[in-house]
Design a protein around this ligand. Structure first.
Ligand code: BDR
Ligand code: CA
Length: 311
């Protein structure tokens, strides 16, 4: 199985990403690191622990990372994810202890200790990943690739042209995209196709388990906030698509393209400028997601949750 580390800010869709990574046998989840984003670091960390506990995953270390972006202040997405960052389901129950050290240390250690190069899957702002590459360049050289949910080839969701994870820490995204490592960008242009319709939510509930019900409750809460904030009929479940891409690349079609992060724009700071038609002299630095096999994606996620249930 392919060794991966998930760096996340749970977050409803991050929670689904964790379940997919823990429940699919093609991945070996070495560790989970958390970052401030959808909510403050204490909350995203607690949420990661709660989801792993609920899924019956033990032995996977969880470490807390950066509590703010590289530059500027943190603005959380409470309007989308609620006060806890994971509002909706009842997640009560005992949780494991968080690792004593910083997320960047855990990443460094897991990467150094892995016989095979590790894939970093980032589903929050890229602050931890950028900090790792900056502080430990040698760890970067042992990373196989970085697959992140963020950005868009089209418009944004936090500003007209900026997507939340990139807008939250544009300098971190810039550093990652200019690192020279293989990167894959899973942007809103594809994640907005993975809609948790009433039928999909029903399929999770029909699993008849606590985990299935939690998934259904997560997506039902998400549906409410997306309806209120964006007027969407169904919410896009962004983050697990980054995990799906690593499990089965055929699910997400990508094209190689130069991607730059707007750092100084008057209205566009945090926008991903994707040169899809190669009109500039920019060098290709990313595989950019352009299409999603929606049915295969939901089958993958449902199968993973079923497998966690059975375990
Ligand atoms: C991204 O922002 C967060 O709210 C979600 O968890 C996802 O990672 C979507 O723009
Ligand atoms: Ca996220």
């Amino acid at each position: 199985a392919r060794p991966v580390i998930i760096d996340c800010d749970p977050g409803h869709d991050d929670a689904m990403a964790l379940l997919l990574a823990a429940g699919d046998p093609r991945l070996r989840l070495l560790g989970v690191t958390t970052v401030a984003g959808n909510q403050t670091l204490d909350k995203t960390t607690r949420n990661a622990l709660r989801i792993l506990a609920l899924a019956g995953v033990d032995g996977v270390p969880v470490a807390a990372g950066c509590d703010r972006p590289l530059t500027g202040d943190l603005t959380v997405a409470e309007d989308i994810h609620g006060v806890s960052g994971l509002d909706g389901p009842d997640l009560d129950g005992p949780v494991a202890e968080v690792e004593a050290g910083h997320a960047v240390e855990l990443m460094r250690r897991l990467i150094a200790g892995s016989a095979e190069p590790v894939t970093l899957i980032a589903t929050g702002p890229l602050t931890n990943v950028a900090s790792l590459l900056r502080r430990h360049p040698e760890a970067g050289r042992q990373v196989r690739d970085i697959v992140f949910m963020g950005g868009s080839t089209e418009r944004g969701n936090t500003t007209p042209y900026g997507e939340f994870n990139i807008v939250t820490d544009p300098e971190a995204a810039d550093l990652v995209l200019r690192s020279g490592l293989p990167t894959t960008m899973i942007g809103l242009n594809v994640t907005h196709r993975a809609l948790a319709t009433t039928e999909i939510i029903g399929e999770f509930r029909a699993l008849g388990s606590r985990l299935g019900a939690v998934c259904a409750d997560l997506m039902t809460f998400f549906a409410g906030t997306y309806r209120r904030v964006f007027g969407f009929a169904h919410p896009p479940v962004h983050d697990p698509i980054a995990v799906a891409r690593v499990i089965d690349p055929a699910i997400v079609r990508t094209v190689p393209a130069p991607v730059a992060v707007e750092l100084t724009g008057t209205h566009t700071r945090g926008a991903t400028v994707v040169d899809l038609h190669r009109r500039t002299s920019g060098a290709v630095n990313a595989e950019v997601a352009v299409d999603l096999d929606v049915d295969a994606f939901w089958r993958l996620l449902l199968t993973a949750v079923r497998r966690l249930d059975a375990a």
